[in-house]
Design a protein around this ligand. Sequence first.
Ligand code: GLY
Length: 418
Amino acid sequence: MKILVLGTGGREHSIAWKLKQHHRDVYLHPGNAGTLKVGIPNLGNITSLDEISIHAKNLNIDLIVIGPEALLAQDQASQLRKAGFLVVGPGLEGAQLETSKVFAKKFMARAQVPSAAFRIYLNLEELTQGIQNGSYPKVLKLDGLAAGKGVVIAKNPDEAIEFAHRVWVQKVFGPSPQRIIEEDFIPGVELSYIGLCDGKTFVPLSSSTDFKRVYDEDKGPNTGGMGAVSPSPYLNSELENKIKTRIVAPILKTFVEEKIDFRGVLYIGIMIDRHQNPWVLEFNTRFGDPETQSLMMRMEDDLTPLLLATAKGQLATAAPIRWTDQTAVYVVGAALGYPDKVLTGSPISGWETTSSDVQIFFSSVELKNQTLVTAGGRVLGVGALGNNVEEARTKAYQRLKNIVWEGIHYRKDIGLTR
Ligand code: GLY
């Protein structure tokens, strides 16, 4: 079996690392300088989808797994399917569950999936007026991709208007006018319910919880994710039954009714309220980052049969996979300045060794004079397995202490419950 994973980050590194335990020919394209250094090949110096497709054909690639949402937003999944490949990743319509918050909210309303009440604003004037009503805090979300940074919890109208200014006046998320959604705030704890979906069947992977804010105790701005723990400390069988009946089943029914061909990863971001009821916060249509890194460390079987069944639309007959009972804690090391403008080019030392229960996954690194240097916000992460959260935390933080670059920062509370 020859498998190609598309993407650059820690999520894709962990998927390729896991697949490589079972298959000799695993490619990660383009990957990064770190994944190349640890022996995961890419397809060489090519960037266009046509070139990737030709190269993959020449290599007799059997299966392509698309990592990042940006590639799904370009409809690369459909194009690669048209070129004859088996692909894990939804086409444009399914990907809209992630690329458009408005699409996702309307889909949830049609499917009658529990989700917070919402309003849509098209410009600053509308928002400035509408935002005065109702209680605070309110959640404001950009209607588009923003690497996890397009969400704020506004404590008052001023904070809501400040976010709208950043979107529409300063245009920090891009030049074209974008819609903003206002949602009621649901207090609770978060759970990432990630599974493979072929449009008719959903097979959940194990659970995880990520830590989105940049600083300890959930302080500071949202990031792409500063760490994760798997299994999630918040899931139990009663809650999982509610998630399956109230959320997963109506989603699948709506996919079938609306003929949405969804063959990929469905990530359901869930808020659990104080009555133990699940509410959908968001959908992603790809593996979570950094949740995936913690999941891959706990996965005991080969993921390939499930990926193939997803791509072929045959998940209903796929065998379940086994997970270790151990806990995985994954801690992201970030560059100075993250999640704002970051310092890049800082040499990284101390990353060279790993063990069976402590792994390093590279996100944003490059080579300068044969040395790995920082190249973006989330630089790398350390994942560790332990018999409980404390043991996994201790191993992860001990390993991370020996990794050094100028301005490295990371949360110290990954894995702890809130
Ligand atoms: N960890 C959140 C995400 O992958 O979007």
